[in-house]
Structures are given as C-alpha cells and as structure tokens.
Design a binder for this molecule. Structure first.
Ligand SMILES: [Zn+2]
Ligand SMILES: [Zn+2]
Length: 291
C-alpha cells in the first residue's frame, strides 16, 4: 500500500518531505500556495531547486499530490468569478508542472442554484479551456492530472454522486488528463455505506459503474464525524468516527488499490503525532501485519 498524509509546507514547499519522512509517509499531499487566498508569489528558481533536491533525497516518498485553493469554483454561474477561478486553476496546474508533480486534487465546484447539469457543464468548459490553452502555449501536455474529489454534498457542491464525475469525464476533450480522488469521509457522508464487506463492495461497484475504477487515482482516507448521508464534511481520526475501523481494513487489503496513493487528512496538532498514530493503525490492518 502507498500510505501517507497531508503535510504542512511551512518554511518552504520542500520541508513537507522531511515532515512526511518523520511520520513514515510513502506519499504526501501539499498545498503549493495558501489555500484560502487567491494570490500566490510565483515560484522562484530557488524554490524549485530546493524542491528538486528534496525529491531526490526522499525517493521513498512518491507520488506527491497537491490540493488546489478552496476559493476556486469552476462551476460558478457568475462570469466574473468563473473567470477568476479559471485563472487561479490554471496557475495551480502551472505550479505542479514546474515542480514535476503528477496530481492536482480539486473540489471543482458548487453550482450555486444554477442546477447540477449546468454546473457540470461549466466545470467541463473550464477544464477544456485551461487544457487547450496550456497545449497552445507550451506545445506540451499539462504534465499533471486533475483529480476531481468526491464531496460530502454540502451546500450546492457537485461530486457527491458518482454519476456527477462520470458525466463530467464524458465532457472533457482530454479525459486522459483527469481522474478521481475518492475521499472516504465525503463518500460516506454523501450516502454510500462501506461499513460491511457487502456495502463496501456495492459502493466500489457503483463507482466502477458510473466512473470506472481505472479512473480512481488517489484516496483521501478520513473517518467521518457525522453519519451516513449527513452531507456534512467533518473528518475524524481513523476508526474513531461513524465509519469505524472496518472500511479501512477492506481498503488497505483491496489488491485493486495496492499502488493507489492514500493520504490522511485527519485532524492533527502541530507536530504530526496524530499522522504517525493513524498510519500505524492503517498498517496494522494489513493482512499478515500481526505475523
Ligand atoms: Zn479530502
Ligand atoms: Zn473533507
């Protein structure tokens, strides 16, 4: 299994590797800029050099995943905020390209009462435009894959049903440059059960039916504070929430996901001790781990 956690980039992007190594990550997720601000300082040559040095020094931590800004709403029906989101999203892809990072996770958008179909079409238009612009400008593919995250369905967020991202992928000019990030807390909160072997299998079959398991490129592994179908997005430590320990046992022992990165986004303090504990819990669930 490829297990890891979201890591702070305080003090420089490259610092995330050292933090990840300390708690035993085999993969990490980071923000490449402040996730609650629009603006970001462009990456300097020195930032990129420090990053590349850290990549080489920590070759046991791969792949790296980034998560885009929370402000971006590619589904917005309001032209001005849609354009602003599109610009910021393109910048996120550009930063990944400069750093050589293969995945960018996005919540993508909320339709804001314009309706789900309209929202999905807006996202598809935004992604197609960004992709086509990058190809025109650089003569190359974007070099990073967009991963649409499954959501809890809070507010008018899209992606709380597998059908949403399935229909979105169908509208992309370059579906090969996109995939899905499966967040266990969100999927459960949006109404898909995983607490028994039967419901776990049924949920994965449902994902396969509407999206295709080959498009599942990463997991966010979080327990949920709130119950099945609550549509509330509150993460909890592994085994300490409404999901409990069993879904994680099914997941880490599912051979179909043996090389799919799985990162924690569970609550923690400043020293990452909780990540260490949650990763130990997950590794303890692996078949044969007790032997
Ligand atoms: Zn997540
Ligand atoms: Zn969440």
């Amino acid at each position: 299994m490829l297990l890891g956690a979201h890591m702070s980039v305080s003090g420089g992007l490259h610092k995330a590797f050292e933090r990840g190594k300390t708690v035993g990550c085999q993969t990490i997720q980071i923000f490449t800029k402040n996730a609650s601000q629009w603006k970001a300082k462009p990456l300097a040559g020195a930032d990129i050099a420090a990053w590349q040095k850290a990549v080489t020094a920590h070759d046991g931590i791969t792949p790296v995943i980034t998560h885009d800004s929370y402000l971006i709403n590619l589904a917005s029906p309001v032209e001005e905020s849609w354009e602003k989101s599109l610009g910021a999203f393109k910048e996120e892809i550009e930063r990944n390209r400069l750093l050589g990072i293969p995945y960018l996770v996005t919540h993508a958008g909320a339709h804001m009462s314009s309706g789900e179909e309209a929202g999905l079409t807006r996202i598809a238009r935004a992604v197609n435009r960004v992709h086509n612009e990058i190809v025109e400008e650089t003569g190359n593919p974007p070099g990073t894959m967009i991963l649409f995250e499954t959501t809890a369905g809070q507010g008018s967020s899209l992606g709380y049903k597998f059908e949403h991202w399935g229909r979105l992928l169908e509208q992309l000019d370059h579906p090969e440059w996109a995939g899905i990030c499966f967040d266990t807390c969100h999927v459960f909160a949006s109404g898909y059960d995983m607490r028994t072997a039967e419901t776990y299998d049924a949920t994965m079959s449902e994902f396969d039916r509407y999206i295709g398991l080959q498009n599942l490129r990463a997991f966010h592994i979080n327990d949920s504070k709130q119950g099945l179908g609550s549509r509330v997005d509150r993460h909890e430590a592994i085994g300490k929430g409404q999901l409990g320990i069993e879904p994680f046992r099914f997941l880490v022992n599912d051979a179909r996901f043996a090389s799919t990165p799985m990162v924690l986004e569970t609550p923690k303090g400043t020293d990452d001790t909780e990540d260490l504990l949650n990763l130990a819990t997950l590794r303890g669930l692996l078949k044969g781990a007790e032997a």
